[in-house]
Design a protein. Sequence first.
Length: 464
Amino acid sequence: MAKSKLIEKIGYGFGDMSSSTFWKIFSYYLPFFYSNIFGLSLIDAGVLVLVTRIWDAVSDPMMGIICDRTNTRWGKYRPYLLWVAPFFSICGILLFTTPDWDYGAKLIWAYITYIMMMTVYTGINVPYGAMLGVMTDDSNEKTVFSSFRMFFAYGGSFLALFLWEPLTNMLGGYNTPGGWFWGMCVIAAACFVMFILCFLLTKEHLKTISTVSVGSDFKSLLSNKPWWLLIGAALCSNLFNTVRGATVAYFFQDIIGLDVHMSFFGLAFLFYAGLFLGIGEVSNMVGVALCVPIANKLGKKTTFIFVNAALLVLSVLFFFVPCTPGGFWTMLILQVVISIFTGIMSPLVWSMYADVSDYAELKFQTASTGLIFSSASMSQKFGGAIGGAAVLWLLSGFGYVTDANELAAGAVQPESALMVLRYLMSFIPAAVAALAIIVVYFYPLTTERINEINGELKKIRDIE
């Protein structure tokens, strides 16, 4: 088929610009919101994050099955962008609403709104991800689409993270429930517009039909060795990002401090969590731009191993950086380089899922693209669930203090809590990167094998 139009790639990018903007705020700020703004204990917040995201992950295959069997004049997956977008924005606002109730009622509210948000996120993000499998039949072109997707995603995430603290301060205060509520209203409105643009600018070009039962789809999925290995590798990738990201707000509050200024050519600026994370998102965009040429040169599997080896080394180095003016610049430089490598990883993983989908279609004669991509979303959410809960529970286990009255009375964080914060930014992510290398070493879909699969599929597919 002919190369896809640039406007379609841009349109596809708007979809993840929207969902990733929400996802990064959930991953990086929601644990802090629940423990320090909403008022939950670290243990309760950790259980909440784990339980709701596990439900969310389990619901992904259900959505994959539903959209695989959807047929409309707009295609299988694309119409969900239109149908679900309003609920996506509304649920995001409710999630960051803090009612003036007693503790038990607030905890119930947190469970209800988080489950609603994650269910709606599944309802729009699984079909959106699956669209990659039906927008082109070319493996390299899928990597290009993935790169546009992640470039826009990181662009949206940068704006959200960089502006989040100033935005909440402007709309009521960073440490007030009102500031977080009104800040999310602004984000939610922008995300709604971006999903509508994604719907309007894209098109499904491949027509795939699932001709087997749901049970057969699941059976073939469980027999799919590349799928199992990629699930493990992707889970590690998401766990790496979530552990570091969810730790940053605590790391700045208790190790770096909230009033640290840095100077660049005589210009002083505040060194804060949003700046650190925002610069990471811009650096991710650089990595996304590098993904296609590197993956085309080395192959996807080799690129995956190379990137995680670099992340392992850089994460270990982060532990030894001192909290000094020079050390802060070193932290920022390491954040830039680490984020470039994680930026390479993101489109690479989504492109590899498209390859696994092609493998499944040829081997098992079933077009289960939605189910395959729902598993990608599932691994993302399991990584987020485990990572977010682990951060909260480790902080609790090592004595981290969240009680506002204790802190106001002069309480300080114990040395054990400060040490675990440093480990959460260094050795723990490094161990996750090492595990990812081991898993992907056994991944069998090399460049040569994918080319063979694409050749066979071209003979049997109906291409518009």
